[in-house]
Unconditional design. Structure first.
Length: 289
C-alpha cells in the first residue's frame, strides 16, 4: 500500500506543476503585472526565461513520470527482489552529454542578448560624429535611501564622449535636479550613468527588465529603450541599510523630454515670489504700483 501511495504522490506533482503554469497568468503570478517588458531588450530577456522554463518543465515532468512508472511497476509484486547494479557506462555518458549539450545551447543562445546588454552598445556608444544623438545623458546617484538624478542644462548636446565625462566630473550651472523621479525619452535610447554615494545599491526597474548594481567610487553606464509610455517603479534591489525597503522611485517615459526638463528647471529656479517661467524683470514691472 505504501508503494502505491508514493507512486501516486510523485504522479500528482507533474499535474500540479502543469495546472499552476496554466493558471499563473490569470492569478498574476507571472512577470510584474503580467505585462510584457517595456523595452525591446527586456522582451528578449523574457524569451530566455520562457526558454529555460520550458526546458526545466520538460525535465521535471519527465523525471517525475519515470519515477512514478518505476514505483508503480515495483509495487505489483512485493516478493520480487530489487535489482542492484554497479552502474552503466552508457547511461553515465548519456546523462553527462545531454545536460552539457542543453547548457551549451543556452549559453550560445543568450550570447546575442548579453552582447546587446553589456558589450555591443558599449563599444559603439561613440559614432564618427560623437555620441549617438538619441542618448539622454543623466547621472543617477543612489544613496541611503533615495535616488538623486542630475540632468544637463536643457538643450545641451554632447559632441564627444570626453565632453560627457567632463560633465560627469562635477556639477555645472544650469543642471536640472530631481529626487526619485527619472524622466526618459519614449522610443529613443536612454543612457544614464549610475553612481553610489555611500554603500552598494542596485538600480532595478522590473517592468523594463533593467538591473544594475551601483558601486561606490564607480560610474557605470546603463542604456535601454522604453517603447511604452507610462510610469514604472524603480527600486533598490540590494540590501543597503535599515531604510532599504523605502528606497523607491519612478521612471516615466515621455514624448517631449526637453519640455519636461524645462518645466523642472523653472520649478527649480522658482524663488517663491516670481511665477515660474516669468523673467525677474517682467515680474518687477508688474509689481510696481
Amino acid at each position: 500500500m505504501s508503494r502505491i501511495f508514493w507512486c501516486l504522490f510523485f504522479t500528482v506533482w507533474p499535474i500540479i506543476a502543469i495546472v499552476v503554469c496554466a493558471i499563473s497568468p490569470a492569478m498574476d503570478w507571472a512577470f510584474p503585472g503580467n505585462r510584457e517588458a517595456a523595452t525591446p531588450l527586456g522582451q528578449r530577456i523574457d524569451d530566455l526565461f520562457y526558454l529555460i522554463l520550458g526546458i526545466v518543465t520538460v525535465a521535471f515532468i519527465g523525471t517525475m513520470v519515470a519515477l512514478a512508472y518505476v514505483l508503480w511497476k515495483g509495487s505489483k509484486n512485493e516478493d520480487e527482489k530489487g535489482w542492484f547494479s554497479h552502474g552503466s557506462h552508457n547511461l553515465e555518458v548519456i546523462w553527462t552529454i545531454v545536460p552539457a549539450g542543453v547548457l551549451l545551447f543556452i549559453a550560445l543562445y543568450q550570447i546575442d542578448v548579453w552582447a546587446i546588454y553589456r558589450v555591443r552598445e558599449h563599444e559603439n556608444r561613440d559614432t564618427v560624429n560623437g555620441p549617438r544623438p538619441s542618448h539622454l545623458v543623466a547621472e543617477v546617484t543612489a544613496r541611503q535611501f533615495e535616488w538623486r538624478i542630475r540632468y544637463p542644462k536643457p538643450g545641451t548636446k554632447f559632441k564627444t564622449y570626453k565632453e560627457i565625462k567632463a560633465w560627469l566630473a562635477k556639477p555645472h550651472a544650469g543642471d536640472v535636479y530631481a529626487v526619485n523621479k527619472l524622466f526618459v525619452h519614449l522610443n529613443r535610447e536612454t543612457l544614464i550613468y549610475l553612481k553610489s554615494g555611500d554603500v552598494q545599491h542596485a538600480f532595478f526597474v522590473p517592468d523594463l527588465r533593467v538591473k544594475q548594481d551601483a558601486m561606490p567610487g564607480q560610474s557605470i553606464d546603463v542604456w535601454f529603450t522604453v517603447n511604452k509610455s507610462g510610469k514604472f517603479n524603480l527600486t533598490c534591489a540590494e540590501l543597503c541599510g535599515w531604510g532599504h525597503y523605502k528606497m523607491r522611485g519612478e521612471v516615466e517615459a515621455v514624448e517631449d523630454l526637453e519640455a519636461r526638463l524645462r518645466e523642472l528647471k523653472a520649478l527649480q529656479d522658482f524663488d517663491g515670489v516670481t511665477p515660474p517661467g516669468t523673467a525677474p524683470a517682467e515680474a518687477s514691472e508688474e509689481a510696481t504700483p
